[in-house]
Design a protein around this ligand. Structure first.
Ligand code: VGL
Ligand code: ZN
Length: 197
C-alpha cells in the first residue's frame, strides 16, 4: 500500500486479553477508549494514512508470565481468543499487522523484541514498514499506557519520528497507582507530544 501521507497511526495491542473484562490481563476501563481510538482509525483511513496494528503475541511458556518466573498473568498466547483484536475495534481494510514475539521473544515496544534467554534485542518489521511508506510522524494509541504504548512511543521518538499520544486514546495497567501518569510524564520528557484528544 502506498500511503498518501507522511503521518501514520500505530494502534498498540487492542486485544481481547487487555480490553475485555474477562481477558487474561484486563485493563480497567479499557473499553471506554475504544470509540476514541476508532475515531482516530476512521480519520486516518479517510485521509489515506498508513495504519499499523501491533499485537502482543506470546508462546504458552515464556519468562514474561508469572507462572514461568515473570510478572504477568497468562495473556495474548499466539492464536488464542485473548490475542485476537478486540471485536469493537475498527480495523481498516488496508492495515498492516505487526505481531511481537512470534519467535518466542518478549518485550513491550512495537519496534523491538527481546530474546528472553540472551536478552538480545532485535527489530520487528515496524520501522521498515514506516520508512517504506515515507512516514515521518506517528500517532500512537492503544493499551497499555504504562507498557506497550509508552515503549512504542519512546522508541518512535528515539528513531526520529515526530510522535504524539492522546490521553483519550490509551489506558494504563497501573500495577502501582500513578504508573500511567508517570509513563505520560516520561513520554513528554522524551519529546513525545501529549494531547488530551
Ligand atoms: C503489555 C503487559 C504485558 C502491553 C503487554 O501491551 O502493554 N503489558 N504485555
Ligand atoms: Zn505481554
Amino acid at each position: 500500500m502506498i500511503s498518501s501521507s507522511n503521518r501514520a497511526l500505530i494502534v498498540v495491542d487492542v486485544q481481547n486479553d487487555f480490553v475485555d473484562p474477562n481477558g487474561g490481563l484486563s485493563v480497567k476501563d479499557a473499553p471506554t477508549v475504544i470509540p476514541n481510538i476508532n475515531a482516530m482509525v476512521a480519520a486516518a483511513r479517510d485521509e489515506g494514512r498508513l495504519i499499523v496494528y501491533t499485537q502482543d503475541w506470546h508462546p504458552e511458556t515464556t519468562p514474561h508470565f508469572a507462572k514461568d518466573g515473570g510478572v504477568w498473568p497468562v495473556h495474548c498466547v499466539a492464536e488464542s481468543w485473548g490475542a485476537h483484536l478486540f471485536p469493537d475495534l475498527l480495523v481498516a481494510d488496508e492495515a498492516v499487522f505487526v505481531k511481537k514475539g512470534t519467535g518466542g521473544e518478549d518485550g513491550y515496544s512495537g519496534f523491538t523484541v527481546r530474546d528472553p534467554e540472551t536478552k538480545a534485542e532485535s527489530d520487528t518489521e515496524l520501522e521498515t514498514i514506516l520508512k517504506r511508506n515515507s512516514v515521518e510522524e506517528v500517532d500512537v494509541v492503544g493499551i497499555a499506557t504504562d507498557y506497550c504504548v509508552k515503549e512504542t512511543a519512546l522508541d518512535a521518538r528515539r528513531r526520529g519520528f515526530k510522535t504524539t499520544v492522546y490521553r483519550s486514546c490509551m489506558k494504563g495497567v497501573d500495577l502501582q497507582a500513578g504508573d500511567a501518569e508517570a509513563a505520560i510524564a516520561a513520554m513528554a520528557d522524551a519529546g513525545v507530544e501529549v494531547r488530551d484528544a
